[in-house]
Design a protein around this ligand. Structure first.
Ligand SMILES: C[S@@+](CC[C@H](N)C(=O)[O-])C[C@H]1O[C@@H](n2cnc3c(N)ncnc32)[C@H](O)[C@@H]1O
Ligand code: SF4
Length: 338
């Protein structure tokens, strides 16, 4: 078994695991392969070329900005997230209708919090699938209060579930994911994998991911070895400074410049209060591009604020907008090994 020690280039870890993930994706999308390919091709074109799709390709709908954990690298752990709650049910359904009408390929039902706390999740998934959304997904800490909520999500037709598992040992996990219970998480993931097997289902595509920091980097090898045979995809991504400073970073990579960020060309983010942000880094809602109570998603996508951001991105003048200047999205930086 190859061991990934040294971490001189952790991307190699991801590349190796991507091969298997792509094979699994192809299996999963057997009946809608062409549409999925079209979606991914447009996604990559928006990232890598001077191309603006006619519609957002993906929309994040934030079902909850509340969370039951306080992870040390997250704003919830830092205590900087205030006045949290769930998106109102009628707004959730209205947003799914609009995303379907605009023709976006994909919805992820979360942003800053834990959506599996909101009991609407399985109903929202079912509704979105009935409306023809190609890919419906969530990121989750895997610890919903309602037992079996993730199985219900699977039964409702969710296409992809990304579990955040930031350690291999219970001790490391629970130090990072404060308030989390490792044993319970493993049992919840196993239950979902068992459900897939029993139902002979390739869906949901299951990814397990680790945000690598200096608290868990020593467990990356074991983490990959343990998960790669069990799930469809294993990812390692590096901790970013989301307001906590750089004390958690491993420090083997440094940024040497900025580059055009793909996000304003690919997606919109609808916060639980109905205000819209252009990218996932706008945690404090400082660059609002619209309000779904006042404008359509189409008008927001083509609006002045979105286009202003795209211009500064195309010109790589990221210092001109505060959220871009202070951003943590790794795709907006040029990296070099340290
Ligand atoms: C904010 S969480 C929301 C969804 C869900 N509660 C979860 O934990 O997966 C989305 C993702 O951001 C990651 N994340 C949180 N803080 C981070 C940081 N400082 N750097 C990189 N990723 C981070 C989490 O590990 C998770 O994978
Ligand atoms: S579970 Fe997710 S949203 Fe909650 S504190 Fe951890 S990273 Fe943040």
């Amino acid at each position: 078994m190859k061991m990934y020690t040294g971490f001189s280039n952790y991307d190699e870890i991801n590349i190796e695991n991507r091969k298997k993930a792509v094979e699994n994706e192809v299996k999963q999308w057997s009946t809608q392969k062409e549409l999925f390919k079209e979606y991914r091709a447009e996604w990559n074109k928006a990232a890598n070329e001077n191309y603006l799709p006619l519609k957002p390709l993906h929309v994040d709908i934030e079902l909850s900005d509340a969370c039951n954990l306080k992870c040390e690298m997250c704003a919830h752990g830092l205590g900087t997230v205030k006045n949290v709650g769930f998106m109102k049910d009628d707004l959730t359904y209205k947003m799914i209708d609009e995303v379907a009408a605009i023709g976006a390929y994909s919805i992820k039902f979360n942003w800053r919090g834990e959506s599996a706390l909101n009991p609407i999740l399985p109903h929202a998934i079912k509704y979105a699938k009935e409306k023809g959304i190609l890919e419906v997904s969530i990121n989750t800490n895997g610890l919903p209060k309602k037992k079996d909520l993730l199985i219900e999500a699977a039964k409702s037709g969710i296409d992809r579930i990304i579990f955040s598992v930031d350690g291999f040992s219970a001790e490391t996990f629970e130090t990072i994911r404060v308030g989390g219970n490792y044993e319970k998480l493993i049992s919840n993931i196993n239950d979902l994998l068992e459900w897939k097997k029993e139902n002979n289902s390739t869906k949901p595509f299951v990814r397990v991911q680790m945000v690598r920091s200096n608290k868990n980097a020593h467990e990356v090898d074991e983490f990959i070895e343990f998960w790669q045979e069990k799930v469809d995809d294993v990812r390692i991504s590096d901790v970013m400074d989301r307001g906590q400073g750089s004390h958690l970073s491993v420090g083997d990579k440094v940024t040497i410049g900025r580059r055009r960020c793909p996000q304003p060309f690919q997606r919109l983010i609808i916060a639980r209060d109905g205000r819209v942000s252009p990218c996932c880094a706008d945690w404090n809602q400082k660059y609002i591009v619209g309000d779904v109570f006042k404008e359509s998603l189409k008008d927001i996508w083509n609006g002045k604020r979105m286009n202003k951001m795209r211009t500064i991105q195309n010109n790589v003048e990221l210092d001109k907008i505060d959220i871009c200047k202070n951003c943590y999205v790794k795709e907006s930086f040029i990296w070099q090994n340290n």
